[in-house]
Ligand binder design. Sequence first.
Ligand SMILES: [Zn+2]
Length: 319
Amino acid sequence: MQGIGLTRIPEARLAEALAEATGAGLRALPKADVHCHALLNAPLAAYEKVLGQKLPRPPARFGDFAEFGEYLAANLFPATRTLDGMRVLVRAGLERMADEGVVYAEASIDLLLPVHIGAPAAAVVELVAEESARIAPRLRWAPEIGINRRIPPERLWPSFVAHVQSGVFRSIDLYDDERSGDLRDIARFYRLAREHGLVLKAHAGELCGPERMRKTIEVLGVDVIQHGIAAVGDPRLLDDLAASGIQLNVAPASNIALGLAASYEQHPIHTLLAAGVNVALGTDDFTLFGAGLCDEILRLHRAGMPVSELAKLRLGPPG
Ligand SMILES: [Zn+2]
């Protein structure tokens, strides 16, 4: 299984782009951001615009995942309580990506948004379809259904079915604290999505170890893992990932800000590539981590990743 068919950018083109000191070369390359969350993709200024007030800057490093959640709840969530606010944020995130040369993005929309906003699921889905069509000349957005694993699955099921049946979404993802919830309770979400031809993704191997990552692959049958950096702790899992072609959508800035990797130099991405694992990149939550896709590529290169290794990453849009 080759994930979602992303392409590689040829070594010569990457070398040429990186040699361009202004950064314009990297921005001009058509790129894919395949791990991001639509509302958390917007610059912090878009939140300030919706709320009509200044917000405290996120810390460069969060103490732990709980502190990260607290920042979100206290500062960002209040901007997501109306359809108008949601539209401003989604649009700002898509524009930001298009401005840095992202031409294909898998950005998730949380299933709880209709409840959070107090609108029917159909209104949120319609907004997604409208914004997707609006940005289409610059960027192909493959909308993703985001499932929060801390919410009881039966509460999310009716909304999930409506989202899947809308035909607007291309993939599903499961996120928030990997240590919570039972994967078997969520398996029917993955079966339904598969029946409708959606790509199956889940966060794993971020906060948890390789065993939980293996379980996610077995129980949910995912095509793509978001993060997956814990695989470097299990050579057998690395071999299995390389053999199966399961893609890992890695987000280094996020991992460093949450203390899961010490630096770009010591990030597990180097080991994943050396093991022959299929790796793509994503920005995860730009609002909090402040690194775009061009930043990620440049920082990896400056941290010693040669162009020949960068060329192994699935940085290009589906062919
Ligand atoms: Zn994520």
